[in-house]
Design a protein around this ligand. Sequence first.
Ligand SMILES: N=c1c2ncn([C@@H]3O[C@H](COP(=O)(O)OP(=O)(O)OP(=O)(O)O)[C@@H](O)[C@H]3O)c2ncn1[C@@H]1O[C@H](COP(=O)(O)O)[C@@H](O)[C@H]1O
Length: 105
Amino acid sequence: MSDILDRLAETLEARKQAAPDSSYVARLYAKGTDAILKKIGEEATETVMAAKDDQPEKIIYEVADLWFHTLVLLAHKGLKPADVLNELARREGLSGLAEKANRHE
Ligand SMILES: N=c1c2ncn([C@@H]3O[C@H](COP(=O)(O)OP(=O)(O)OP(=O)(O)O)[C@@H](O)[C@H]3O)c2ncn1[C@@H]1O[C@H](COP(=O)(O)O)[C@@H](O)[C@H]1O
């Protein structure tokens, strides 16, 4: 799965050199951080609505939109999916350590 994220991150990086009106992502970068944050807010709301309606396909579709726009934000801020995956791995390690500690109590 991280292959897909890495490929998408490369495309998002390349869009930084593209003319603002040449693609959706290039247009979003040109509009700036607030426009990206607005899309994240909209997609988060649409995800909540899909979940409330209990529509699995719609939930997947909206979460894909939400993840996509958070990836655009990461790229815009000079960050990569691996930075987030590393943070999740670090937390997994921490919870693993906590579990071990609990077992030895
Ligand atoms: N994965 C995506 C992706 N997911 C969602 N979207 C866009 O995100 C928008 C979702 O917003 P909405 O549902 O609100 O639809 P909308 O009304 O068209 O949105 P707005 O134009 O009002 O912002 C749509 O325009 C979708 O096309 C995406 N656009 C691009 N990608 C990937 O990003 C790559 C680069 O995209 P371009 O910059 O378009 O070449 C592509 O190769 C794709 O792999």
